[in-house]
Write a protein that binds this ligand. Structure first.
Ligand code: PEP
Ligand code: MN
Length: 264
């Protein structure tokens, strides 16, 4: 299998501008759940950049559980992401939800994200295999590691080898968090695959007080990076405010994560 270490013994390194993922450094991706306005995105981007983020995240097309919830700004959101990149120099990662909007997202994104709900959308995976940009494939919230790696295989098989895996929590019986971050997935994936693996403690936790501890744990078990939601006014966020860190908390997270990375 193309995804396996037997096929490709060395770690795969992804390059986005001068940022590398999977190469002896910890890559931190941060930003709001959704792009809400130009002011919101630029305000958060400046703050996370100052704190040490390497890349900016933000959804323009949002996969919401309810059709009545904020669905994202669409193309206008992508244009704001382009503005963030121009003003801050940060590369941007944003989710693609379907094949119809793939060309558009591909044009604006530096990394194309495939969300947990689309992990086994095989036609979308095949399209991502033809993309000219790196892809970040999140683990399905009820997927085994083998199913996740097979989903990755679709993208690699299509010819796109710039692929990052993201553990974002799986469904369990607990009610103290939204999902359960499967930290054990990190060493397993690192053993089985050459692809870089990051974690998203924000969507796993669903509440901000668990995000820093889960970030520390992720780095300690060998994650190549973290993707974290940050908002300057989480109370006013249009989505996922409860799990979004305040910028000061994100600064602290960066310090702690880098310290743990240095000794692990
Ligand atoms: C996201 O990162 O914006 C997101 C929707 O995450 P997930 O697909 O993991 O729920
Ligand atoms: Mn979110």
């Amino acid at each position: 299998k193309l995804v396996s270490r037997e096929f490709h013994p060395e770690d795969t390194i992804i390059r986005v501008g001068d940022v590398t993922i999977g190469n002896g450094n910890l890559t931190i991706i941060a930003g709001p759940c959704a792009i809400e306005s130009e002011v919101q995105a630029l305000t958060i981007a400046e703050k996370v950049k100052k704190a040490g983020a390497h890349l900016f995240r933000g959804g323009a097309f949002k996969p919401r559980t309810s059709p009545y919830s904020f669905q994202g700004l669409g193309k206008a959101g992508l244009e704001i992401l382009a503005k963030v990149r121009a003003e801050t120099g940060l590369g941007v990662i944003t989710e693609v939800m379907d094949e119809e909007t793939f060309d558009l997202v591909e044009e604006y994104a530096d990394i194309i994200q495939i969300g947990t709900r689309n992990m086994q959308n095989f036609s979308l995976l095949r399209r991502a295999g033809k993309a000219r940009k790196p892809v970040c494939l999140k683990r399905g919230m009820a997927a085994t590691i083998q199913e996740w790696l097979m989903a990755a295989e679709y993208i690699l098989e299509g010819g796109n080898t710039d692929l990052i895996l993201c553990e974002r929590g799986v469904r369990t019986f607990v009610n103290h968090s939204r999902n359960t971050l499967d930290v054990s997935a990190v060493p397993v994936v690192r053993q089985e695959s050459h692809l870089p693996i990051i974690t998203d403690p924000s969507h796993a936790a669903g509440r901000r007080n668990q995000v820093i501890p889960l970030s520390r744990a992720s780095v300690a078990v060998g994650a190549h990076g973290l993707m974290v939601e940050v908002h300057h006014e989480p109370e006013k966020a249009k989505s996922d405010g409860a799990q979004s860190l305040y910028p000061e908390q994100f600064e602290s997270l960066c310090e702690q994560a880098k310290a743990i990375y240095a000794v692990s």
